[in-house]
Ligand binder design. Structure first.
Ligand code: GLU
Length: 418
């Protein structure tokens, strides 16, 4: 029926139909809302350092163009396929709509383990991927950003490649760039800062202070690391952490500044400690106040949903919780869920600020960026909680219902062409 196969797209589809049932969206409207407008697949050949040629598969899925350009990250990871980036593009649409951004969702990526590439090979692949995408992207068509396995440097290469082909500098073609080439202050920190801000609001609703609370974070890339730093600043004790190379636990609290220094020097958590090493399979089940999955999709399935032992589940990753797990969480009334499309929206919100600043060539200071970020998050948080109470539904259903309804209203207003 479609090219969007695999467990991650199945998950996005199941979630969407639950929301469509809740909103009583007629059957004949659903495919138009769910299925992406466009999908692009490209082969990206590069010269390896050993003189051979290697070809990597790249994708970009643009979910809907009803509200403006599409927006979303580019992922360099072995898991990347059309189904995965398709699901991530769909989630970006609901996320942007929930935050009130004038974008549809997109996501792209290359099927590659970036840790196996030298810096020169990574640059060659980044530039070739963007070069292959030039006919399909643009500041008013589709605006890329970082995601798993990409960073500010990759965005700078994307921007440079696009600009060289245009014959002029086009900063607004990607967000998440270094500040020196049109990036905004506060973008690199935005997702993690947003997670910590929302965790504070959630704990406030539970009548709990953040200071002295305990946290466990799965994933120590940009999002996990900045979340750790932001929670640490608020007096939270990090008792468990992992990335793809190591897992550590300490009930007395891990030294977050030391972890951050280690990762900035060595690139990953491995080698930080031998005494504190812990079983990564048990990390998510550690008793804590704040549990932050900040890595991959589908890490909390129905079995793990029974076992997690936290007060706030802060979904910094995209799609960490499966629909089966949602059914378990709906029955467990003891966990306050910050659903992914709310919890990690800080990244794309500040990406929007970056795009606006680039278009206007008028740059803001960091206090202004953060102040505006928190205002947008506070509005979305309040809207989700109000909707959940009003409709008697979970926070995820409320968040997704707001996002889906906004996209649907826009499609109905614009009509079906011709
Ligand atoms: N990749 C991030 C996300 O999944 C950021 C997207 C963006 O800034 O456009 O939300």
């Amino acid at each position: 029926m479609s090219i969007y196969t695999g467990p991650v797209f199945d998950m996005a589809r199941t979630q969407f139909h639950r929301i469509a049932d809740h909103l009583a969206i007629p059957a004949d409207e659903r495919d138009r809302l769910l299925y992406p407008k466009r999908a692009i697949a490209v082969s990206c050949p590069i010269h390896r350092d050993d003189g051979t040629t290697a070809v990597f598969q790249g994708y970009r899925v643009q979910h809907h163009l009803t509200l403006g350009p599409t927006k979303g990250g580019t992922r360099f990871a072995p898991s990347v396929d059309i189904g995965e980036v398709g699901a991530l593009a769909v989630w970006m649409s609901w996320k942007c709509a929930l935050a009130g951004l004038p974008y549809g969702g997109a996501k792209g990526g290359v099927t590659v383990n970036p840790h196996t590439l030298s810096r020169r090979e990574l640059e060659a692949l980044s530039r070739r991927y963007m070069q292959e995408m030039i006919p399909f992207v643009g500041p008013h068509t589709d605006v890329m950003a970082p995601d798993m396995g990409t960073n500010e440097q990759v965005m700078a290469w994307f921007m440079d490649t696009y600009s060289m082909y245009q014959g002029q500098t086009v900063m607004e073609i990607v967000t998440g760039k270094p500040v020196a080439v049109g990036g905004t202050l506060g973008r690199k920190e935005a997702t993690g800062r947003g997670v910590a801000y929302l965790v504070e609001r959630a704990m406030g609703r539970l009548g709990r202070a953040l200071s002295g609370a305990t946290a466990v974070i799965q994933g120590f890339g940009n999002v996990g690391a900045i979340t750790a730093a932001s929670l640490d600043e608020r007096g939270v004790r990090l008792i468990g952490v992992s990335d793809h190379t190591a897992c550590y636990a300490d009930p007395r609290g891990l030294d977050v500044p030391a972890l951050l220094r280690h990762v900035s020097e060595r690139g990953a958590l491995a080698g930080f400690s031998t005494e504190l090493a812990s079983d990564p399979a048990e990390l998510l089940a550690m008793p804590c106040d704040i549990l932050v999955p900040a890595a991959m999709e589908r890490v909390i399935d129905a079995g793990m949903a029974q076992r997690i032992d936290c007060r706030v589940l802060a979904e910094a990753a995209n799609g960490p919780t499966t629909p089966d797990a949602d059914e378990v969480l709906d029955l467990r009334k003891d966990i306050f869920v910050l659903p992914d499309i709310l919890c990690n929206a800080g990244g794309v919100i500040v990406s929007y600020f970056e795009w606006v600043q680039d278009l206007q060539q008028f740059f803001w200071d960091e206090a202004e960026v953060n102040d505006r970020l928190y205002r947008v998050l506070q509005r979305a948080f309040a809207a989700v909680l109000d909707r959940a109470t009003r409709d008697g539904v979970s926070h995820r259903t409320a968040a997704m219902a707001i996002g889906v309804a906004k996209v649907r209203d826009a499609k109905i207003s614009r009509g079906l062409f011709p």
